[in-house]
Design a protein around this ligand. Sequence first.
Ligand code: IMP
Ligand code: MG
Length: 177
Amino acid sequence: MTRILFTADDIAHRVAALAKDIARERKRGHVTEPLLLVCILRGAFVFTADLIRALTKENVEAEVDFLGLSSYGDSTLSQGRVRLTSDLDTDVSGRDVLVIDDILDSGHTLFFVKTLLASRAASRVRTCVLLDKPDRREIPGAADFVGFQVPDTFVVGYGMDVAGSGRGLPYIGTEAG
Ligand code: IMP
Ligand code: MG
């Protein structure tokens, strides 16, 4: 049985608040250039679709591009845990970038993306995750913007899948507990 952790309404309120936080942080830094959203495929596509519209309400003009990544799971290769499956089309050099992911878990994915964007000379990189599982961290660090903290339990819905299914659920649920 799936237990609902966050309803569609909970998520909508949180996404609106995140957009306000992102807009405020850019204002504080006097950043006026268009924001480039880098959506990590596939889990972050629903979150990104809602966030870009919430940002428009906050008068933040945003472009979007997509980065396909896949995890090697328990691979012991030191840099091999994350594999790039589909690259960005946009030149990120000199850009103000917001990386968007569904879940910050071990931290390998965000570390990989931040390293990649730095090597391509993005001028400013911030990170935004809908969910954070701090107990699971292998690479220390936090996202700049976090929707909700969750315990170490597998979640599904709102773009996130279990073996490919469940991405279309409007809420976020868990099988555990
Ligand atoms: P990490 O921080 O590199 O471990 O990567 C986190 C990625 O693992 C996320 O982008 C998700 O795609 C995936 N992931 C982690 N936990 C879950 C979960 O509970 N449900 C679905 N996907 C998850
Ligand atoms: Mg993912």
